[in-house]
Design a protein around this ligand. Structure first.
Ligand code: GLN
Length: 485
């Protein structure tokens, strides 16, 4: 039973309900695992061990009373430090919020607490979710459990590494341009970005509000379905959350994808994608064919403008969202002066790291009166064209398949040019711009490192992409592999 951490959520849930294991036992195994491997991986900004044990005891009491319980009751879960947790430090990977204890819970957190999860900790991330490697955390970089010399992806690198290393059974991250799918791909997990509006953003620290979505990391599609179900649905506190009814994601996992029409976007075979990634993805596409899916090439002609449009729109929104950090309301405050302007300037000088400053400058510039039409407005037009590309293709196809990331995990420090880092998200950004859902799943290996397969679905078709992911797991064993650590 020492390897309880290797169970999946649905297996552990079954054992908990049959009372073959207790949540306290399951939690202790995970806390032990954290003691053992966290010094090497560094996935957490905060380990909430006392809270975890307390929540585990609560869960066990509920099991003992024979209540009809939620599939996440008593399950150890990690939360990206961008999601507000009441009275528990929420740093967003930034000095600016190093000591910030939110006075309220995010809606997602409320739903998870109601379900009765055991929160093992808050996870490390690129500052304000800006990055693709978790190297932009103001505190320390997180390492990839598959190779400690390499990055786990970003910005939700801590949430990915925690699950890949067996320190949590599932976790949550946020995806603005790829921050769930890319780290999921690089650590051999299922990482799902829901359709824009599927999950409440209330209590998610804002980066780019028209792109941000919270979503789960899991070791398989069935667990991802449970994790998504728990947080999905309209929230009166988020006006952009959708009234469209949620589906039963677990029930959608029929194992059968015969006749499903899957498109392979031609524009996603770009130069610069590693040959090992291309061959793993091509092989995985063959598996989908063998499962009976009708796989054909499709075209999304405006794909090549995606990264450029994103790096106008996301910084523009960020420059507005981050203007709230002025040293007055909350967060870090420079106090060694009586001059108000100097206080504000120094607060931002010391509170924000270089990548965040770069984004604020880019966004402010793009929104300035003289350049608004040339940059922001054009980027928004491209966004519409990208959405129209998807609309056309989804009129005839149920899902699309592509690589999730052009490379496998790279070495810490290997990419120092910001532009090269931005290109990491070439395959994930279009889904955020269009608002559609996407998932990255374990899709093979290249030189011992995980390769992610991306499945894209139309608005609110999370059930379809999870169904494909699950069927794919029936004929592959990539998702069952563990890093040696
Ligand atoms: N890597 C992208 C960026 O730096 C995406 C980040 C994200 O999805 N939060 O903006």
């Amino acid at each position: 039973m020492t390897e309880l951490y290797k169970l999946s959520i649905h297996e552990a849930g079954e054992l908990l309900r049959q009372r073959k294991i207790s949540s306290v036992e399951l939690t202790q195994v995970h806390l032990e695992r954290i003691r053992e491997v966290e010094p090497k991986v560094k996935a957490f900004t905060l380990v909430t061990d006392e809270l975890a044990l307390q929540q585990a005891k609560e869960a066990d009491k509920r099991f003992a009373s024979g209540e009809n319980l939620h599939p996440l009751t008593g399950i150890p879960i990690a939360i990206k430090d961008v999601i507000c947790t009441k009275d528990i430090t929420t740093t967003c990977g930034s000095r600016m919020l190093e000591n910030f204890k939110p006075p309220y819970n995010a809606t997602v957190m409320e739903r998870l607490n109601e379900a009765g999860i055991v929160m093992v900790g808050k996870t490390n991330m690129d500052e304000f979710a800006m990055g693709s490697s978790t190297e932009h955390s103001a505190f320390f970089p997180t390492r990839n459990p598959w190779d400690l010399e390499r990055i786990p992806g970003g910005s939700s690198g801590g949430s990915a590494a925690a699950v890949a290393a067996g320190m949590a059974m599932g976790s949550y991250g946020s995806d603005t341009g790829g921050s769930i799918r890319q780290p999921g791909a690089l650590t051999n997990l299922v990482g799902l970005k829901p359709t824009y509006g599927r999950v409440s953003r209330f209590g998610l620290v804002a980066f780019a509000s028209s792109l941000d979505q919270i979503g789960p990391f899991a070791r398989n599609a069935r667990d991802a379905a449970i994790l998504l179900q728990t947080i999905a649905g309209q929230d009166p506190r988020d006006g952009t959350s959708s009234p469209t009814p949620t589906q039963d994601y677990s029930a959608a996992l029929s194992g059968d994808i015969k006749g499903l029409r899957i498109g392979v976007p031609e524009e996603y075979w770009v130069e610069g994608t590693q040959p090992g990634v291309v061959s793993a993805v091509k092989e995985s596409i063959e598996r989908l064919r063998e499962l009976g899916a009708k796989v054909n090439p499709v075209s999304l002609p405006h794909t090549k403008y995606g990264v450029a449009a994103y790096y106008i729109i996301a910084p523009a929104e960020a420059s507005s969202n981050l203007s709230r950090y002025d040293g007055v309301k909350y967060g870090y405050s420079y106090r060694d002066t009586t001059d108000m302007w100097e206080a504000m300037e120094k607060t931002r000088e010391f509170g924000f790291g270089p990548e965040v400053k770069r984004r604020i400058m880019l966004g402010t510039y793009a929104l300035s009166a003289g350049y608004y039409d040339a940059y922001y407005k054009r980027a928004e037009k491209i966004r519409t064209l990208i959405k129209q590309d998807f609309d056309k293709v989804f009129a005839e196809y149920d899902a699309l398949v592509s690589p999730a990331s052009p490379t496998v995990a790279f070495k810490l420090g290997e990419i120092s040019d910001p532009y090269q880092m931005y290109l990491q998200d070439v395959f994930t950004i279009p889904a955020n711009l269009a608002g559609i859902c996407g998932v990255s799943i374990p899709g093979g290996f290249s030189e011992g490192l995980p390769v992610g397969l991306q499945l894209l679905g139309n608005d609110f078709k999370e059930d379809t992409i999870l169904r494909i992911a699950d069927a794919f797991e029936h004929v592959t064993d990539y998702h069952n592999r563990w890093p040696s650590l």
